[in-house]
Design a protein around this ligand. Structure first.
Ligand SMILES: NC(=O)c1ccc[n+]([C@@H]2O[C@H](COP(=O)([O-])OP(=O)(O)OC[C@H]3O[C@@H](n4cnc5c(N)ncnc54)[C@H](OP(=O)(O)O)[C@@H]3O)[C@@H](O)[C@H]2O)c1
Length: 227
């Protein structure tokens, strides 16, 4: 049986887009929400779009956490720390938490094209400080457009993956590469998430200025780097 991926806070644009693309790639998805009913409605919408044999269910976040060992966190920065603290006891040893949180200034009514300073260095490092010791944190998917993920076309975007756990990072790169058009790159240690998170604020500014859905491509590396 396929290992399920629980998308915590998966009812928003990023969670739904990842759910759609991974369901189409044959992954088993559990959409998590603070409300089980909302999660189930979101799961039904993804099943309808992904079609065929799509395996997508919906659960309250804690139940979703307990049912999977790959956890994809897609919540706004203002909810990230409190939610991880709440879910900590539902995370099983050996789990991987993939964090896409961008510490946008919108968390304090500021602009989406600005970020907040995070004491730990990045939102991902804040997550790493809060999860149980036996849970590995990976930072990824900050620079993909949720709008494009929710469409049907291949993306034109690289996903930079940062983690202090090489196995967890590799698994995340494999998941990223299942999204058509995405290349996954080893971005080094989790501390580099600080840089990757900041890029998103720049992309948001570009989107506003040029009315688009900007992504990033890293060029000039040997082909073996893109996996
Ligand atoms: N949107 C993008 O293009 C994009 C791209 C890359 C990275 N990101 C980052 O990825 C994360 C998710 O983005 P998004 O646009 O999908 O976010 P979002 O729509 O603002 O939120 C996603 C879900 O999080 C839950 N949530 C909201 N506030 C919460 C709180 N205070 N505590 C716990 N759960 C809460 C909600 O689900 P329930 O109400 O169902 O619980 C909501 O549907 C953000 O950190 C964002 O910066 C976004």
């Amino acid at each position: 049986m396929t290992r399920p991926i629980a998308i915590i806070g998966g009812t928003g644009p990023l969670g739904m887009g990842l759910a759609l693309r991974w369901a189409r790639a044959g992954e088993a998805i559990i959409i998590g929400s603070r409300e089980a009913e909302r999660a189930q409605r979101a799961a039904a919408a993804i099943r309808e779009r992904a079609g065929g044999q799509a395996q997508v269910s919906g659960m309250e976040n804690a139940a979703a956490c307990a049912a999977a060992d790959i956890l994809m966190l897609t919540v706004p920065f203002e909810g990230q720390a409190a939610l991880i603290k709440k879910l900590k006891s539902s995370m099983t040893a050996g789990s991987i938490l993939i964090d896409a949180t961008v510490p946008l200034a919108t968390a304090v009514a500021g602009r989406a094209s600005r970020t907040l300073g995070v004491w730990q260095g990045s939102a991902a490092q804040q997550a790493a400080e809060l999860v149980p010791d036996e849970v590995s944190v990976v930072a990824a998917f900050h620079n993909v457009s949720a709008d494009l993920l929710n469409g049907d076309s291949p993306l034109d975007c690289d996903v930079i993956v940062c983690s202090d756990d090489p196995d967890a990072a590799q698994l995340t790169r494999e998941l990223a590469a299942k999204i058509p058009g995405v290349r996954a790159l080893d971005g080094g240690k989790l501390e580099n998430a600080r840089i990757v998170e900041q890029i998103t604020a720049l992309l948001i500014g570009l989107n506003v200025r040029h009315k688009g859905h900007a992504g990033i491509r890293i060029t000039g590396l040997p082909p073996a780097a893109y996996r």
